[in-house]
Each structure stands twice: as C-alpha cells, then as structure tokens.
Design a protein around this ligand. Structure first.
Ligand code: ADP
Ligand code: ZN
Ligand code: ZN
Length: 818
C-alpha cells in the first residue's frame, strides 16, 4: 500500500500539493506538522501537512518528502478549518494564509536569510558537527541564504539543522526588531499640604532662614506657581532657582516638597501586585448583564457604547469571568502602537497573564507567544493583539473582544490574504464555541445592520458617559460666511480662536484635527495654471514647507520646492488647500505662548514616534495637539476641553460609498476625545456646508439617523451590507494593456454575473508607482453560494491569464473591500 500527504506550501498555488511517504511516516505524521519538501527544480520549502491519505495524484509523480520537522502539530485542527474558510471567503490560496499566519521562523526556505545572534557559545561541544559548520560560516559572513548554507554543508536539506540552531538561539532570521518603548516620566513638585496655609508657610520660611539655598528654592517655587496654574516640573525649578537635584531631594526628604508624576499608570508591569477590578456603575452593570443574557442564546454581541462610557471596564469583567473558567481570551485592537495605555491597564488587573502579539515584535517574542498559546500556558491567557493575532493556535478560546470594531485597519489590504480581522475573529470564535463582543461608539453600518435588523448578533447599548459627564457640545461653523464677513485668520474662524483662547486661559488642552498632512496639497502657478505632478503617480505633489519639498503621498517621490513654474517660468506660485503642517504653523503665530505638537505620518515615523507624542500630551507638556485621524483611535486624554475640526468637507467629498459613514465615525471619535473627565467638552466643526446631513447628524449625536440614511443608500445602490462587494483590480505599467485586459475580463464576468458587474473604471488616482490601475466591481447577493462564486471567478481569471498578452497583468481580488 502507498501513503501520501497533502501539504500547504508557502507559495500561491491553487491546489494542495501531494508527496509520498512511507508507512512508518504515515503513522507518525499528523495534520498540522511541518515537513521539509523539495519543490521546483532545486528549492526546498517548509510545508504544512494538511491531510494523510492513500490516493495517488493523477497528473504528477509524487516525490518523497525530505524530512519531518515536528514531533507534534504546531497548528491545531481549528486553525486549519479557519484557513479553509479564509481561503474560500477571501478567494486566496492556502499558501497565502500560511505565510500570513505563521511567524517566518517556522517557514524556513531556500531564500531565507540567516545571521548569527549575539549569543556567545561558551563551549562548541553544545553543537553537532553540521551545526558548528553553520555557526563558523556565520562568523566569517554576517548573513547567508539557506541555499548557501546548503552548499556549505553539501547537503540538500538543511532545514532541520537550522531549526535546531534557531531553537538554541544561535542563529536568527533577518527581520527588524521592535523594541518596547518606555515613556520618560516627567517629575513634578508641589508644596506639602501642611504648608498650604499662610501661617504655616511663614513658620517654614523662618525655619529655613538658616538654610538660605532651601529658602531660595521655596521662594522660586512660589514665583513660578504664581505665574501659572500648571504643575511645576522639577527640572524647571532646578533651572530657575539655580539649584541641584540633591538640594531638591533634601526638600522632598524633609517633606516640605512632594514629588509626583502626572501619568503614573503608564509604568509598565514589572511583576508586582495586581489591582482589584473597578466597581461598575449602574449603567455599566446593566450593560454587562444584558451582554451576558445575549450570550445565553447568541454567540456574537454588539456593544454600542458612547465614547468614554467605560466599555473597557466591562470587557475587563468579562475577561475575568472567562479566566475563571480557564479559557483563553483574544482582545483585538486596531493599532497596537497606540495602545500602551491599554496594555498597562490590563496588566494592572491581570498581571503576567497578558501577552501582547504584534507583527512588529521580534521573531523570538512571536514564537514564544505562539508556543505559549498552543500550550495554553498561564502566560498567554489573554492575548492583546492587532489583526494578525487571529492566527494564533488557540485551543481553549472562550471570549473574543473586538474593540473599535468599525476601524478600517482591521482589514488587510496587501498582500493576500486580504482578510478582515473582525469577521475572521467571529469565525474563529464560532469554531471554538466562544463568544464574541464587538465594541464601538460608532459601529460600522455592517455590524449595526447585523445586530439590529438581521438579528445575527445580539445588541446592547450604553448611552451614558462614565461619571455622567455630558457628551461634548458640537457647534458647526459656516466658514463661507466667515470668509465673506472677514472673520477668518488664515484657516481659523473667530469662534475657534475665541474658544481656544478661553481653553488655554483655563489651562485645558486642545486637539485640532485636519485630515491631510503636509503644508498644502496643491501648488499652482497663477500665470499658466500648471501644478507640479508626481512623475510616477497621477497626483499633485504636496508641499511640505518644513523640508521645503514637494512630496508624493503615494510613492514617496520628492523634489525641492520650485522657485518658478516648471511650465512657464513665472514666479507667481500659489498653494491651495491646507494640511496639518500649515495648521501647526498658523497656531504658532496665533498663540505664540502655547506649546504645539503635531501627530501625523510625518512626525510618527520613528520607532516610537506615536508614543512620544502621546506621552508628552498626557503629561501636559503640550497644550495643542494638531493631527490627522491617528488622533481618533481610542485615546484617553484627561485634560482636553476643546476639539477643533479644521475642515469637514474634504472627508465628506471623498469618492467612496463609505465616505459619509467614515466621516461620521471620524468626527464622532475625535469629538469623543473632549471632556472625558469632569467638565463638558466642546467641539467646533468648520465647514462650507453646515447643512450637510452628516454634519447635522454628527452635531446631534444622531447615530440612528446616520445609519438609516446610509442603509437606504446601500439598498438603492446595492452596496454592503445588502450586497457583498468584490473589487477586482488590474495593474500594469502599460495603459493600453490594462484597458484591454479590463474590458476582456469585464465582458467575461458579465456572461456569468450579468448586471452585477460594474466597470471597468479608473480609480481617482489611476496611476501609482508607474502602474496603471483599473477596477471592476462585482456585487454579489448575500444568499449566493460563496463556493460557486469563487469557482466561477477563478475559472474566468484562469482563462484571462491564458491569454498571452494579459498574462503579465496583475489581477487582485478584494472581498468586502474597505
Ligand atoms: P470607553 O472605552 O468607553 O471610551 P473607558 O473604559 O476608557 O471608556 O472609560 C473612560 C474613563 O472612565 C477611563 O479613564 C476609565 O478608567 C474610567 N472608568 C470607566 N468605568 C469606571 C468605573 N467603573 N470606575 C472607575 N473609573 C471608571
Ligand atoms: Zn506657469
Ligand atoms: Zn508618486
């Protein structure tokens, strides 16, 4: 009898590939183990066993495997089922999923680049002969390809050797390492409470008459406090009183001064005591109870809780209950870089049970978390992670939380699998019989539809902010009118300036939101009308004043700012529109005393760019924060009173069927950063269209109205969630080829899908990095079989690729396009 295995190879093959194995191997191997197999002429890959059987492949001779790499499966049965679903739903190959799912250390192949770690071996005898040869080779050459190592060892299959070296941490796979950021804590001082009264103070100063330097410091402290109501920094006091750290320390030890940090809960968990959970208020308790009731009959629940209603504390209670049952918990967040606040909050409650998983973490950390999850170890009971953590090998998952479920960043754009982590997480939870809680202050139209109309999910609302702080008051400002009446200074209306002045006087912080970075998006010649374009993309170059550059936001192309027009030579150049850089500049002119910071892609590029800015703002070293939508993602600032939205119109006019929904979410989320503690916050929205429906809905907190209207539109125009949307993008550098190919493909699709095919059409930016893009949209009724749809599309795609002229065109399928 002959034995075979079907394996998933980490390459985009439509089918599984079959290899022959011996009887003994067939008894040992299980689905989910890795094997090293030959593929193509000379390559060796790590492949994953999918199934074991006795059916010989018909069209090719099955080759024997090289070697078995695992003693136990590293992938669970649930995971393989999840991969099956992903490849079917998102129309991609199992190989695509494998690549996305496994840390690359698990997938050694001929092209992988290997280098030495810093580990110094005390004693070479720890290594076997072949291991030592690799170790030595890496001493002479800093990096080697697996293929090259294979030549050195004169051995075709070196993956087992490399795996052993990886396990011993002697070698590593080249990848960027992501270091954890430790925020710098600023120290402040205040006067001890016992000296607050005038008489006590007088006694103190008299007492200090024999310690003139200390007396001097206290007096300086007073003159500083008189000038501001802000807390006084230790560093500032030292500078102004010309003293030293030691002198201040003495005063603190004498308990005359008291030191403190503004944000003490940012200190990362160091293994100490955990805190008791917070007591929920009545509204939170009710919501929690309702969620638990939903979970009695339904697997998924949507929690619609306004910003700052205390959703996180509800999640925490549910997590605690799942932990008690010994279950694993997956807590998904849209952007891990922005969640230091959340990590420490969870660690304070659950200590070392929390693990963070992120594709930017070092390989070792990821492999470690992987094993911890697989073994259901105590260290990885709660996984806090971005979208790729849906691929972890859970074996006892009890609860999935998807926070900010409306966020676009849950969808992977490129490369395949182009999956949506929220929807994938629901499928994952179902495979485990686990519950899923989706949470948001501004749910996606899809989820709200699924919950309140289709009743696919349960629904719970929480409409009070914690502490009963009112939602911010939202005022719309008609800047067309302001311009007419000359009430604008640059891009600031008189109302915005008034409110900013007042907030600053009362020592509150301010957030200014502008959805464009750079100084101004278009530079135009006043003489001939020419505006400089990117040579690689069909977009105007954005002016970045700080660097005196024109930059393309699609491909990164840049040139120095023009002195005269490239077309006619005129020096009369003008800029149109404005970005965060210009806002920052104008604020500096309007409020020269205020400290201003900017948070956008340009200022957060460094490793810890985000966190540095967030920390500075939290610690009130910054008065005004100017930023793009990065500002919206669930940040909890305590002292923000005012939010200004500089211009609402460019979001609203974006050519996309989700533009209105998105604008609503974005504005509500930015608005939600205001007034989170005691006093009601205020939001000013500047716009040319104050009567725009979305703006009215934003200012009335009318989520229901927004939802109803958007849903009507989706019905009328056959968009999600009523129809499923498949976007097919063709890419090639030859304009005519893309055009011809797109026509051919659309015609072929129309024969099957009839009127549900739209296009082909060029997107608003039709050329990026010298590649022309053209889109075809397929609208698939929700009840149409997924399997059949995928089959039909793949068939057409295959005959498309068999046309010689079209073969070089890249065809990308994107399901539930976001
Ligand atoms: P959301 O996630 O809904 O925006 P959070 O969970 O961040 O809201 O809560 C907002 C603020 O209120 C946080 O600073 C949180 O610590 C505080 N808070 C929420 N619930 C409670 C509670 N039950 N007891 C004490 N503080 C709470
Ligand atoms: Zn010109
Ligand atoms: Zn470009």
């Amino acid at each position: 009898m002959e034995f075979f295995i079907d394996v998933i190879l980490p390459v985009p093959l439509e089918r599984l590939f079959t290899y022959s194995i011996t009887r003994a191997e067939s008894e040992f191997l299980k689905a989910g183990m890795r094997v090293a197999v030959p593929f193509g002429k000379s390559k060796i890959y790590t492949a994953l066993v999918y199934g074991i059987h006795q059916t010989k492949p018909e069209v090719y001779e099955a080759k024997p495997i090289h070697q078995i790499l695992d003693e136990h499966p590293i992938i669970t049965k649930h995971q393989i089922k999840l991969w099956d679903w992903i490849s079917k739903y998102y129309i991609c190959t199992h190989g695509d999923v494998l690549r996305a799912a496994l840390p690359s250390a698990f997938l050694l192949e001929s092209e992988t680049i290997i280098s030495k770690t810093d580990l110094e071996l005390a004693d070479d005898s720890q290594l076997k002969d072949d291991e030592f040869l690799v170790y030595e080779a890496l001493y002479h050459q800093s990096a080697l390809k697996v293929q090259e190592i294979s030549n050195i060892l004169d051995k075709k299959n070196v993956l087992p050797v490399l795996k052993r070296l990886l396990d011993k941490e002697v070698i590593k796979i080249d990848e960027e390492i992501y270091e954890k950021y430790r925020p710098k804590l600023v120290r402040y001082v205040k006067l001890n409470a016992t000296y607050q009264s005038d008489s006590a103070l007088e006694t103190l100063l008299n007492k200090l008459s024999r310690a003139p330097k200390q007396r001097d410091i206290i007096l300086t402290f007073f003159s500083l406090s008189a000038a501001t109501t802000k807390p006084i920094k230790v560093s500032e006091l030292i500078e102004k009183s010309k003293s030293t750290t030691t002198q201040i320390k003495v005063l603190i030890e004498k308990e005359i001064l008291e030191a403190f940090h503004i944000q003490t809960d940012r200190v990362s968990y160091s293994g100490g005591q955990t805190d008791a959970l917070k007591q929920l208020n009545e509204h939170q308790l009710l919501a929690l109870e309702n969620i638990k009731n939903v979970f009695k009959t339904q697997k998924v629940c949507l929690l619609h809780g306004v910003t700052s209603s205390g959703k996180t504390e509800i999640y925490v209670k549910l997590i605690a209950e799942a932990l008690e049952k010994g279950q694993q918990i997956l807590y998904l967040v849209p952007e891990i870089a922005l969640t230091t606040q959340l990590v420490s909050r969870l660690q304070h409650y659950f200590g070392a049970k929390v693990s963070v998983f992120h594709s930017k973490y070092s390989l070792n950390e990821r492999v470690e978390v992987w094993h911890n999850v697989l073994e259901n170890s105590d260290k990885a009971q709660i996984i806090l992670g971005a979208r790729s953590s849906v691929f972890l090998p859970f074996n006892n998952l009890g609860l999935v939380i998807v926070d900010e479920e409306h966020e676009q960043s849950y969808k992977q754009f490129d490369p395949a699998p182009r999956y949506h982590a929220r929807d994938t997480a629901i499928v994952l939870a179902n495979l485990h019989g686990a519950h899923t809680l989706l949470g948001s202050a501004t749910p996606s139209v899809e989820s709200f539809f699924n919950a309140t109309m289709e009743h696919k999910y349960g629904f719970v609302a929480l409409s009070r902010r914690y502490n009963d702080v009112m939602l911010p008051e939202i005022e719309l400002i008609d800047i067309k009118d302001k311009h007419k009446r000359k009430r604008m200074k640059g891009h600031f209306s008189d109302r915005l300036i008034e409110e900013m002045t007042e907030a600053l006087e009362n020592n509150y912080q301010i957030i200014l939101f502008q959805n464009r970075r750079g100084y101004s998006p278009i530079v135009e010649c006043n003489t001939c009308g020419h505006s400089p374009q990117c040579p690689n993309c069909d977009v105007s170059l954005t002016y970045h004043q700080y660097k005196k550059q024109l930059r393309c936001h699609y491909c990164g192309y840049h040139m120095s700012m023009l002195i005269s027009c490239m077309a006619c030579g005129s020096t009369d150049m003008d800029s149109k529109g404005f970005g965060t850089e210009q806002v920052e500049k104008e604020v500096n002119l309007l409020f020269p005393e205020a400290k201003v910071a900017r948070m956008d892609l340009d200022t957060t590029r460094g490793k810890h760019g985000y966190e540095r800015i967030i920390t500075a703002f939290e610690q009130q070293e910054v008065d005004i924060l100017v930023g793009t939508q990065m500002l919206t993602k669930g940040l909890d600032f305590r002292n923000v009173k005012l939010v200004g939205i500089m211009n609402a119109d460019n979001m609203l006019n974006f050519p996309d069927f989700r533009a209105h929904e998105r604008s609503y979410q974005l504005m509500q989320q930015v608005a939600g950063r205001a007034g989170r503690t005691k006093e009601r916050g205020k939001v000013l929205i500047q716009t040319y269209n104050p009567y725009h429906k979305i703006l009215q809905q934003v200012s009335n907190n009318d989520y229901a109205g927004m939802f109803k209207e958007q849903l009507d539109e989706r019905y009328n125009f056959k968009y999600p969630p009523i129809y499923r949307l498949i976007k097919i993008t063709l890419k090639h550098q030859d304009y005519n080829k893309v055009n011809e190919g797109a026509e051919w493909l659309a015609t072929a699709l129309r024969q099957v899908f009839k009127q549900h095919v739209l296009g082909p059409e060029f997107p608003p930016v039709s050329r990026i990095r010298n590649q022309y893009h053209k889109n075809i949209l397929l609208k698939i009724p929700q009840n149409q079989s997924l399997g059949k749809t995928k089959e039909a599309i793949l068939k057409i795609k295959n005959s498309f690729s068999s046309v010689k002229n079209f073969r070089p065109i890249r065809v990308i399928l994107n399901i539930d396009n976001y």
